[in-house]
Write a protein that binds this ligand. Structure first.
Ligand code: ADP
Ligand code: MG
Length: 280
């Protein structure tokens, strides 16, 4: 049974050793919606995502998947509904590419139950979708960062969940595979929350952009509404132009190099007294 994938993050806080890594973060994602989670390094994106796939228990607040608290669900039940592609790839895998993807089927099995023809088709299809069929027999440990990443996305695909959470899935990927991976996730029609650094990719592939800064959600909405020069200056401390692509209507961010905003105030104000002095 496929679940619709309604995700509700309700005022989630994560405090570790007295430090608030996430503060009162709320997020609602409708079935099939694709949301980008962006923000500077250390903003709390990975920590928030960990609370969704149950790798870090919230100190306060709740995470509800289709109305059920993920922290009260059985592990297998959650794994049938939510798949995660994490940032840190476990290095101890002594498995082939195929075997890593086959792990995606384990929530549907009893201990030591083998793969049937249906499983094998799902696994081979997932390998093909991520363009890693040729790596099926290769030891996972020896793959490049990008190849590992694609195999791990294939594993999440084989899990056939209604919701998928990805933490910087495009990090090690070349341009074509970045586009392929995001196109694929989009095309699945499942609910997706994706931590991304590339704001242009976020704008192109996601319905909404949720911006985190210093543990808080500071903006959330459609890309064109969220990605403004003002927000980029405030959150990322960069000077950027945002234009709307005439063909696609997608906002495009052009970060201006070498023009850091001066000081802490952030506004590059013209020197007083020079206005109107532009006569030739
Ligand atoms: P992001 O993914 O947005 O870059 P993270 O969620 O990884 O940010 O980290 C948020 C902040 O929490 C960072 O300052 C990081 O150093 C800190 N942090 C992450 N994990 C821990 C931990 N286990 N203990 C203490 N601090 C942590
Ligand atoms: Mg992170």
């Amino acid at each position: 049974m496929t679940t619709p994938g309604t995700l509700r993050v309700e005022r989630v806080g994560v405090t570790v050793s007295g430090r608030d890594l996430v503060r009162e973060a709320s997020l609602e994602v409708a079935p099939g919606e694709v949301v980008a989670l962006v923000g500077p390094n250390g903003a709390g994106k990975s920590t928030l995502l960990r609370t969704l796939y149950r790798a870090r228990r919230p100190t306060s607040g709740r995470v509800l998947l289709d109305g059920e608290d993920v922290w009260r669900m059985g592990g297998r039940r959650l794994a049938r509904r939510l798949a995660a592609v994490m940032q840190e790839t476990p290095g101890e895998f002594e498995l082939t590419g195929y075997e890593v993807v086959a792990m995606g089927r384990s929530p549907y099995k009893r201990a030591f139950q083998g793969d049937d023809a249906g499983d094998r088709k799902i696994i081979t299809d997932a390998l093909a979708a991520l363009d890693v069929t040729g790596l099926a027999r290769a030891p996972f440990d020896r793959l490049s960062g990008g190849e590992k990443q694609r195999v791990l996305i294939a594993r999440a695909l084989a899990q056939q969940t209604g919701t998928i959470v990805l933490d910087e899935p495009t990090n090690h990927l070349d341009l074509r595979h970045q586009l392929d991976a995001l196109r694929l996730v989009r095309g699945l029609g499942v609910t997706a929350v994706i931590a991304l650094h590339d704001l242009n990719l976020a704008a192109a592939f996601c319905d909404r952009i949720c911006v985190m800064d210093a543990g808080r959600v500071v903006a959330d909405g459609p890309p064109a509404r969220v990605l403004t020069p003002g927000l980029l200056a405030e959150v990322y401390e960069v000077d950027a132009e945002v234009t709307i692509h005439p063909g696609t209507g997608i906002p495009q961010i052009n970060v201006l190099p070498g023009l850091p905003l001066s000081g802490s105030g952030g506004s590059a104000s013209p020197q007083p007294g020079h206005e109107g002095s532009t006569a030739p």
